[in-house]
Design a protein around this ligand. Structure first.
Ligand code: SF4
Ligand code: SF4
Length: 74
């Protein structure tokens, strides 16, 4: 089934807390392991965000208290 949403980052708002990595990996793999997250935030440069294989579930956006992530319909 084709996905109908994806998450997008507002890089200027990102503070590098890595909550999104923890919650994505936990929900998608059952283990809180940032290395397995579909969203990755650079430790050196918080606003540098890579998103791969995202299914648009939006859980990471709900947990980003800085409002740096949003789900968009595609
Ligand atoms: S996108 Fe949000 S949850 Fe993820 S590291 Fe940045 S501020 Fe934290
Ligand atoms: S929207 Fe879902 S799959 Fe995509 S990065 Fe966020 S938690 Fe992971």
């Amino acid at each position: 089934m084709a996905k109908d949403a994806e998450v997008r980052a507002n890089t200027e708002k990102c503070k590098g807390c890595l909550t999104c990595e923890m919650i994505c990996s936990l929900v998608k793999t059952g283990v809180a392991n940032p290395a397995r997250s579909r969203i990755r935030v650079s430790a050196q440069q918080p606003g540098q965000i890579t998103i791969q294989n995202c299914d648009g579930c939006g859980i990471c956006a709900k947990f980003c208290v800085f409002g740096a992530l949003e789900v968009v319909q595609i």
